[in-house]
Design a protein around this ligand. Sequence first.
Ligand SMILES: [Zn+2]
Length: 444
Amino acid sequence: MSINDSILNSVGLTDKNIKFLISDDGNFNELVTIGDNQHQALRYRATLTTVPEHCPQCGVLLSDHFYLAGTDTASYKLPTVNGYQQILLLTKQRYQCRRCQSTFIAQSEDFMTNTTISRPLLYQVIDLAKRDISEKDIAYILHLSHSKVNRLLHHAAQAYRTNYTKILPAVICVDEVLYAKHHYGFEMINGTTSDLIELFPTRTSLDIRRYLSNYNLANRQRVQYVVTDMNANYGTPLRAMFPNAQIVVDRFHIIQLAMKAVQSTRITLQRAIDNKRSRVYKLLKSNWQFFITDQSKINTVQPRWFKGINEYLYPQDALQLVFGLSPKFKQAYQVYQTILSAQQSRSFNEFSEILSQYEPNHSAMDQVMVSYKKNLKGIRNAFSKKHSNGRIEGINRRIKQIGRTAYGYGNALNYFFRIRLQLFNRQHIDANFMTLLTKKNLRI
Ligand SMILES: [Zn+2]
């Protein structure tokens, strides 16, 4: 390997037409102090003399139909190595076409038009963006300005296209994702591997149809189970778009809905109590966890310590104290506990019995029962299938974390791109994307 090739390798460039200047005593770079913050950088000098095959203007085969027309020197930013910024002063040959007289300059795949960012440095930006690191930190590591990194990522985000030819898995989990104040997106993950399949910026019924219909029918027919919560918007478009799939309501969501009803009934009751110093008020206020705990996991043989009232009580006595005050709360609590027990014994019959026996009493639980009835088929599947949306919770946590690292993304496009970069299986942001990205005219 020539010394020139070794230098190319060490600075991360690939074009062998870039010829480094090597001094008589063998030096090919120098430490220089540059920039507002007077940081040290390694500077290289090189020439580029690549004659294009055809004249870019008139298309004539150039071979030797050209004149040399001077040189241009530009400074490019190279990838960071050992913490040093590396810069390249590149002297590029200018040519003139003999036929049309137009002039043009030597080009290299390692550089892009309209930017001093070299292609390998752009790759470094994208690579760091796959990690949970803020744009500001990426800028610091690569010796770029924050705004430059922001624009590079914005450019990359614009170049991103959803790959609708991706083979869909047999089990899909869908959920909504809050990505900005009042802005919900729609996400799909692979129910088996937990990989994010895709993220869409809106979640209306019409939009979901529009996104999903980009996958061809044969692909959509592969999907056998769609795990979802009880959001009324999704059912219809999901059934239409995945004709072979059974909807499975997420079993944690079934419980969560009833649990929230218990919580809200407790809070309503608490607020209605005038005497804030009464035992029952203090009991309700300080022991919210107790009232949503699975009864089968509560030890009823021994008294336990209750906060707020600061007493030892048998759990059943504590419950009676509240039940005596509010039959509504009693009902909500008992319905919730029966649902927990039905789930544990995986008995759909037990569950549907709750529905048929329930008597509405203008409490939060009424609405829960309506939702259950609407989604009964999906709930029945939840009892017989093992699929759940548990995996999507992990994805949602990571999405929130990405937002926190960035201190909130002002720009949804950039935020979505970072989510994709960080959550997709790495291969999805593949060479094709990078080629597409760098072919686009960068103005940064
Ligand atoms: Zn020409």
